[in-house]
Design a protein around this ligand. Structure first.
Ligand code: DAT
Ligand code: MG
Length: 151
């Protein structure tokens, strides 16, 4: 099967609210592999490039202000099916519509403060990891539990 990469980011509200550990834990416990991790203050340019598909939306300026309003935690996660699975773990864009048990469903109440980002396709996973990380910041390693996660 194809191994995919997803760019997952704890947004500034998630960091300020002390949810970094909780969010990392959800992906760790599921069984995906962390290959990149850093605390980062992003520029307006990077935020605009990351969300370039939403340029022109009425909420775009507020979205850029929000994402640049404080530190974020950038993560690269790897695994078979990681992109779709991460979207399920994260839940709907509107936290009030997100199911309980999902990250947004459990910890957020508004679309404009939905605490976490996850790539929407394997192609965007690669694109976003390339945008937020240098090559040297992505680490290839074999988790000790690998043989117990997949037959
Ligand atoms: P997602 O983050 O679930 O992939 P998206 O890619 O459609 O959702 O939008 C990116 C972010 O933009 C989203 O997490 C929050 C913000 N956003 C989207 N739709 C919005 C809206 N109608 N009003 C305010 N913010 C919105
Ligand atoms: Mg999106």
């Amino acid at each position: 099967e194809q191994v995919d990469q997803s760019y997952i980011m704890v947004k500034p509200d998630g960091v300020q609210r002390g949810l970094v550990g909780e969010i990392i834990t959800r992906f760790e416990k599921k069984g995906f592999k962390l290959t990149g991790l850093k605390l980062f203050q992003c520029s307006k340019d990077l935020a605009e490039e990351h969300y370039k598909d939403l340029k022109g939306k009425s909420f775009f300026p507020k979205l850029i202000d929000y994402i640049t309003s404080g530190p974020v935690v950038c993560m690269a996660w790897e695994g078979v099916g990681v992109v779709a699975s991460a979207r399920k773990l994260i839940g709907s864009t509107d936290p009030l519509k997100a199911e309980p048990g999902t990250i947004r469903g459990d910890f957020a109440v508004q679309t404009g403060r939905n605490i976490v980002h996850g790539s929407d396709s394997p192609e965007n996973g690669k694109r976003e990891i390339g945008l937020w990380f240098n090559e040297a910041e992505i680490v290839q390693w074999t988790p000790a539990q690998a043989a117990w996660l997949r037959e």
